[in-house]
Design a protein around this ligand. Structure first.
Ligand SMILES: Nc1ncnc2c1ncn2[C@@H]1O[C@H](COP(=O)(O)OP(=O)(O)OP(=O)(O)O)[C@@H](O)[C@H]1O
Length: 296
């Protein structure tokens, strides 16, 4: 398996604040890798270290086997990067901005591709940046990241500030890039979008990777979300004492919602004396699975 991004024991201190506490990551060639975490978890700090925009306190980064600290210019040539906060020159139009990005990369802009994608994103190329909303500026950032068809896309919250239709377009661009052979590393705190397009996902919280998993495996984990409604009020404390591995998601009047791994039959046995009126079980979304990581 070829590796596109390899990060080992990455630490970053901002003075006395320990923002990254030994991050290990390994992103395979040609995969879409979602980097999930709540605000302040360390996503942007990790991404900046990948691109050598900031230097880690310790640890190593390799991009296609190259150390970005040793070869920063070369590494950036084959990366398309969307920063979390993009600063564009207000005086330029979107078209002029994109021309500038192409010139900085010493790359001939592919205007057919740009115009096609500007259309899809409903971005007016001849409007000045100063007249753009936050979402439209984000679209310029997205196009500049993708437009030279880089081998590696590093996207910091690419759908931030976009409406749901535009978010979908961006996720389609991510998938199309993968289909053309690119590797995509993108951060997000929106679980559903990561679930939709990623092959694998890492969850970061407080500067620590708490899990890395294949999305399909996570979904296929034998975890079920169970909603049970009884005629009488269920003694939930008794249930949780008896089956301590259950996770109680909701408890409203005579209805409880549980995350259950193996104990489904025991839950039904326990609830039977309360006369079960309704019983629904479903696969949990990534959101429900990860909520347990975020809150535990
Ligand atoms: N330059 C800095 N100086 C001091 N602390 C910083 C600096 N940059 C980031 N931090 C802190 O490091 C932690 C991680 O920040 P980071 O921006 O990497 O998080 P994030 O996961 O990208 O969050 P968000 O989703 O809010 O963008 C936060 O607590 C943040 O306040």
């Amino acid at each position: 398996m070829k590796i596109a991004i390899e990060v080992q024991k990455l630490h970053k201190h901002y003075e006395s604040f320990h923002a990254l506490k030994g991050i290990d990551l390994s992103v395979h060639h040609g995969e879409i890798f979602g980097f999930l975490g709540p605000n302040g978890a360390g996503k942007t700090t990790t991404i900046r270290c990948l691109l050598d925009l900031i230097r880690p306190s310790s640890g190593t980064v390799r991009i296609f086997d190259i150390d970005p600290q040793q070869n920063s210019v070369n590494v950036k040539k084959f990366i398309g990067y969307l920063p979390g906060e993009l600063n564009l020159d207000d005086r330029l139009t979107a078209r002029q901005s994109l021309s500038l990005f192409a010139a900085l990369r010493n790359h001939q802009a592919d205007w057919k591709w740009i115009e096609e994608h500007a259309n899809k994103l409903k971005l007016r190329l001849d409007t000045k940046i100063k007249n753009f909303s936050k979402g439209n500026k984000q679209k310029v950032g997205i196009i500049q990241a993708f437009m030279h068809q880089p081998r590696l896309l590093i996207l910091d919250e690419p759908t931030s500030g976009l409406d749901p239709l535009m978010q979908k377009q961006v996720l389609q661009m991510v998938t199309a890039a993968k289909n053309n052979g690119a590797t995509v590393f993108f951060s997000s705190h929106i679980l559903s979008e990561v679930e939709e397009v990623s092959d694998r996902v890492a969850i970061i919280r407080d500067g620590v990777i708490i899990d890395t998993a294949v999305v399909q495996n996570l979904i296929a984990k034998n975890v079920r979300c169970v909603t049970i409604t009884c005629e009488k009020q269920i003694d939930v404390d008794g249930l949780l004492n008896k089956l301590p591995h259950l996770k109680l998601l909701e408890n409203k009047q005579n209805t409880i919602v549980l995350q259950v791994e193996k104990e489904l039959a025991k839950v039904i046995d326990y609830c039977s004396p309360y006369t079960i009126k309704d019983f629904v079980t479903k696969e949990p979304s990534l959101e429900e699975i990860f909520l347990t990581y975020y809150t535990s």
